[in-house]
Design a protein around this ligand. Sequence first.
Ligand SMILES: [Zn+2]
Ligand SMILES: [Zn+2]
Length: 436
Amino acid sequence: MSDFVLRPSFTCTCGHTHTATVEDVLIGKGVVSRLPEVLARYGARRVFVLSDHNTDRVAGERVCALIRDAGLTAVSFAFRESPKPSEEYVGSAVEHYDYGCNAIVTVGSGVLCDIGKILSALTGHPHIVVATAPSCDAYAAATSSMERDGLKASLTTRAPHVLIGDTEILKTAPDRMLQAGLGDMLAKYVSICEWRIGHIITGEYYCPVIADMIRKALSKCVAHGAGLMRREDEAVAAVFEGLVIGGVAMAYAGVSRPASGAEHYISHVWDMRALQFGTPADLHGIQCGIGTLLCARAYEQVKAMKPDREKALAYAAAFDYEDWKRQLRSFVGGGAEAMIAMEAKERKYDPTLHKERLERIIDRWDEICKVIGEELPSAAEIEAILDAVGAPKRAESIGIDSALVPMTFRCTKDIRDKYVLSRLCWDLGVLEEIRF
Ligand SMILES: [Zn+2]
Ligand SMILES: [Zn+2]
């Protein structure tokens, strides 16, 4: 069913040696039955099984039975509700952890997996994830996305050693999580497009082999389309596999380029606002799906433009960074400080650096437009893919006022030290002209 074979490490034609974070990935119908074999590989004797009230019911009991039938001890802890990515839940997991255990099995996705990674990093014990939803691409990441001191933080933790995606379990995930998984995959259209554009404009590293891994995984997901909501094994496996490949590709590249771009930053801005101001937010992948459509619309407009040197230079000269800092702080709250500190080092708004980028953009405009044409489907095509699975397409569908979308988009250029669509729009002096 899944022909994905993880390459732990290989020397690539791009000149780099790519190394994966995870050691093994099992995907297919019934693969959870191989858990005892995996645990034996790591010399597990006493296994801490982390789940919550839902995932325990879906697969936790089965996992514990498999462990016990193999003659090992299972110590299970299930959160009574779905855990939030906060100190409280991490603390609770640490307090319930059994220090006699020498292996950890997380039964879950998203936050549970992130908490399992923290336990594994703290104890040094191997971590196996039995995934319960193909909902986001963080499974293979060596980081945990958490709230810390009221802000969102990406904590350096440890990637799981083995990921188990049993389609019989994955397909029990709610519709919304399946839609989210596909949304997080669609984001890869933008990320690969932006990686190539960033490579052209800033000269940053780009690996065509990794980009191709992502393209193949993404087209497999899209080919199955509506089969996902019918819970067809192949479709569910394709999305899980794609999400795992997204995480592995980031590890191979050593940067987040293969899997995230401006659409992820749209989602980040909404998450930051939710945390600071209690505004609505949805699943990461649902927001990424909407973000992908917004970016596809913006790219269509950019592709139809011709760079205007005088206009772009005048725009950059008139840009008031002090005023922009005030706007950032009021729109995203405390998270703005890290963005402002990053700019102090990066100086992307420096007129000299802008001028250099602008000349490169003008020189290579045809090539940039060609990349957009090659990598990105039209906004109408993205809409059709979202429609096929019934996923939300607009900010207001998830409770976010569409009037906030332009400001959200403007903030995305400051989120990370990465050349994304909103930066290209700023460099061209057209940021405020984009219509969503
Ligand atoms: Zn490479
Ligand atoms: Zn993602």
